[in-house]
Design a protein around this ligand. Structure first.
Ligand code: ZN
Length: 190
């Protein structure tokens, strides 16, 4: 029986390049491997992955029907999968004997768990943290959002664009910046 693993972290813990490098490593040993990601955030980025997973797609059926000879399935941005899709990945590992390695964020910019990440933390037999570091040198715990260079704590859970960036912060720096943000808001300067 193969296993489902979740390697999680903050933003910048892993780059799409790393997923490709990992894939190349397995291909070199002639092990059938594929890299997939949810279609949600990668519509323009199709060349980085072998397959994009639809929002309501049954991943178990897709793997069973099309890719059952896989040895390893790598999922990038797995935090964006639905709970049901994460359950399907566990079935891929158990019933189709395909090792599943998921990468993703644990929490969003407001410290709430992404639904895919929450489910992975609940059911994945293997959990591995990818450490990243805050600007102060401590280990980062959260990801903070910047819009046009300014930190913000409001907005939708998923937001991408040229004016949007993310930064990894330790808990202490995160809450310090949150307090500053709230004070600025209350004083009407934002
Ligand atoms: Zn810090």
């Amino acid at each position: 029986m193969s296993r489902l693993a979740f390697k999680y972290g903050t933003v910048h813990a892993l780059k799409s390049d790393d997923v490709n490098k990992l894939k190349e490593k397995f291909l070199k040993h002639q092990l059938p491997v594929m890299a997939m990601a949810p279609i949600l955030t990668h519509q323009e980025d199709i060349s980085s992955y072998d397959y994009l997973i639809g929002k309501d797609e049954n991943i178990f059926l897709t793997i069973k029907r099309q890719f059952s000879d896989l040895w390893l399935l790598i999922i990038d941005d797995a935090h964006l999968l639905s709970e049901r899709q994460v359950d399907q990945l566990l079935q891929v590992a158990i019933n189709l004997d395909v090792a599943v390695l998921c990468f993703g964020l644990r929490t969003d910019f407001r410290t709430s768990g992404f639904c895919g990440a929450r489910r992975l933390l609940e059911i994945a037999p293997v959990l591995l943290k990818i450490p990243t570091y805050c600007e102060c040198g401590r280990e980062a715990l959260f990801s903070v959002r910047k819009e046009n260079g300014k930190i913000t704590f409001s907005g939708s859970q998923i937001l991408r664009g040229d004016e949007v960036s993310y930064e990894a912060l330790c808990a202490r720096c995160y809450y310090r910046k949150l307090i500053q943000y709230k004070k600025l808001k209350e004083s009407g300067r934002m």
